[in-house]
Design a protein. Structure first.
Length: 455
């Protein structure tokens, strides 16, 4: 677990000596600003004021005791500054921070419970030579011939864009990422492929990660996996190929399925197929989506596909003595936490919005905001990760409100350790998630409360 003194040390180092070193490596001119002061201005300025333009950043600079003008600051939004900020982001990501292990017995069975996913941020077309988009068409223009995974087909197609990939440990909160790659690249090409997970840990992904080569690699390394079954994947049961997966599904509406299978024609990944019925309302929503997708493709939907909409099917290699069906679906439901993390970064941190149309300023703002999100995550982990019912949104609000105090301390106005400690205390006070809601919380499912089903 990372302590408050350790967080203070990492902040001072990242926004001090490392910033100066990386600025020099990027060839950043430092006549008006050195790397450390410029980094603090951009990261903390946009962290506290996500919609800030240059004028508001000048006001932040004045509060730092730095007299500057809009023109001087505007001149710093260059390719070199963007390169500098990207290198700082990569350094921040390298400094892994873990919170105190959360007290949830289901998670504690594994050496880590890693959620992995990616999210796309569209950029101005002028940045396509650096970050190529996922469709090759201008934003908003949908190409009917676009190919890709279902998730990729739902993403807006742009000439330029960045895909953030993140692996997040639900047990200790440690965040691997965000790592950046061109939006057109699949998540499985992320540098996370070379980041090893401990033997005995559990990895959870979405359908975009259902690649048998990857699942076989995890299995051979002693890492458990859990994700939805991908329709059309060849399955074997008791030595025979399953021609129709419906043959494994019972007619009883209350029944569940848990059978050993082998996945693939050649890759042969041993696993368990788990299945449970979904409420009829959910099944109807799924059928409507399938029909609409078929209408757009001008194809027909088979009766088999419509019938399978009534089931949620999961593939996992976790032994039955370690994970029952109910627990597997509770963990699958927890996968949405990483979607909520991306949503929080976009809705609160506004990482996909900018105050300018100038390409280099947009890229500088994007990198600076991502650095702020990483620092924000550090504070949240130390402040409240051990509480199973912590609220990321409440922690975010406190951290942003206190960002000006941390900025002042980094500039020598007061104790940085004291500023971090007061921020952590504020997060601890505001973080618990209200239990008054009638909607069950993720922790309720993971703790074994009698809530059933996926929506």
């Amino acid at each position: 677990m990372t302590s408050i003194p350790r967080i203070a040390f990492q902040l001072r180092r990242l926004f001090g000596e490392e910033a100066i070193r990386l600025a020099k490596e990027a060839g950043l001119r430092q006549r008006h600003w050195n790397g450390a002061s410029l980094l603090r201005l951009l990261v903390f300025g946009w962290w506290a004021h996500p919609t800030a333009g240059v004028s508001q950043l000048v006001s932040v600079a004045n509060s730092m005791g730095k007299q500057t003008s809009k023109q001087v600051l505007d001149d710093h939004f260059t390719q070199r500054t963007a390169t500098f900020l990207l290198s700082v982001l990569q350094e921040a990501v390298r400094l892994l921070v873990c919170g105190q292990q959360v007290s949830i017995p289901l998670l504690e069975r594994f050496r880590g419970v890693f959620l992995e996913d990616g999210s796309v941020v569209s950029l101005p077309a002028a940045l396509a030579p650096i970050w190529k988009g996922n469709g090759g068409n201008p934003a908003g223009k949908q190409g009917s011939q676009y190919q890709g995974t279902p998730k990729q087909r739902q993403e807006p197609k742009t000439e330029a864009g960045i895909k953030l990939t993140v692996r997040w440990d639900l047990l200790r909160g440690c965040l691997h990422g965000p790592h950046l790659q061109a939006a057109r690249n699949h998540e499985l090409s992320s540098v996370l492929r070379t980041t090893q997970m401990p033997k005995g840990s559990l990895w959870i992904g979405d359908l975009g990660y259902f690649v048998l080569v990857w699942l076989r690699d995890l299995n051979e390394r002693g890492v458990f996996f859990l994700l939805r079954y991908k329709a059309g994947t060849i399955l074997w049961h008791n030595g025979s190929r399953i021609e129709d997966i419906q043959d494994l599904l019972p007619q009883d509406e209350q029944a569940t399925v848990d059978v050993p299978v082998i996945c693939g024609a050649n890759k042969l990944v041993p696993a368990r197929l788990l299945a449970q019925r979904v409420p009829e309302k959910v099944a109807e929503q799924r059928r409507a989506k399938v029909k609409e997708a078929a209408r757009k493709r001008q194809t027909t939907v088979s009766a088999r596909s419509l019938a399978l909409c009534g089931w949620t099917m999961v593939i996992t290699n976790v032994p039955v003595e370690l994970l029952c069906v109910r627990e597997a679906f509770a963990l699958l439901r927890a996968r949405w936490q990483i979607e909520l993390l991306f949503k929080l970064w976009k809705e609160s941190g506004l990482i996909d919005e900018w105050s300018s149309r100038k390409p280099w300023q947009v890229l500088c703002e994007f990198y600076a905001k991502l650095i702020a999100m990483v620092v924000q995550h550090w504070l949240m982990l130390v402040g409240c990760w051990d509480d199973p019912f912590h609220s990321l949104r409440h922690a975010t609000e406190v951290a942003r409100q206190r960002s000006a105090v941390i900025l002042a301390a980094l500039g020598g106005q007061g104790s940085l350790r004291q500023a971090v400690q007061e921020t952590i205390e504020g997060i601890r006070a505001a973080c618990p998630l209200s239990s008054g809601s009638r909607r069950p919380r993720t922790a309720d499912f993971l703790l074994g409360e009698p809530f059933w089903g996926l929506t």
